[in-house]
Ligand binder design. Sequence first.
Ligand code: KIV
Length: 285
Amino acid sequence: MAGQVTIPDLLKKRQAGSKITMLTAADCPTARLIDGAGVDIILVGDSLGMATLGYPSTVQVTMREMLHHAKAVRRGVRRALLIGDMPFMSFNRSVDDAVRNAGRFLKEAGCDAVKVEGGQGSLESLEAVKGIHRAGIPVMGHLGLTPQTAVQVGGFKVQGRTAEAAAALVAAARQLEQAGCFGVVLECLPVEVGRAVTERLSIPTIGIGAGPDCDGQVLVTHDLLGMSPDAVPRFVRAFARLHETIARAAGDYRSAVENGGFPGAEESYRMPPEELKKLEGLLRG
Ligand code: KIV
């Protein structure tokens, strides 16, 4: 795929049976590396509240924080489709609010699209999606485990395990498609439910813990990089163990400073000898 990734490109990939790749980013240098690796979609996910800002959940994240990070990520992205994640209470109060906040992601941060969590049993998410779509702003849905409302869906656990719950998820996904979503994230669902939703939609599904049959996959980049020594959900695969690399580098730095090994001659600047001589004269008085 040459040039900037567009929404029709994602649809073409689905139709061709080529998998879509998506990762999160919260800062410019990480976004630049991910973009350079050829990932199709970069999401400024509200998971940055936990992964980057140290909040206990995503509920605390504000529009101001999301826009701050989205602007930084924008500066690092040239090719991928850039999506801003609508934080909790940025779309839940009214459709007007939802459209205004979605517009801020495009106008102020330069995002290409937004993502809205919820839809199953969440009328305000569905109405928000409709309003945002009507306003001409590309919008992605997010079903299954929706961290902003994890308490309502029974906590951080697999969703759609009963036939009724699975059927409700399929119905909710269809509603999101009809409401104008160009794609939908499916989080933490049995493989069979990921497949059932994917087979019944004509827009791409992007899974995170929803099995291999989704049209694409997304991971939180901090998890992919192994940035934290803490336990991660079963669906995460750490493709690196950066927490070990970072901790080792910081420890090596500390030892080198403490034992006088850093900085060495190669990391130090020297005055020209004639200037040094002159200085010694000046300092002698
Ligand atoms: O906030 C986020 O990172 C997300 C992904 C898990 C899809 O919504």
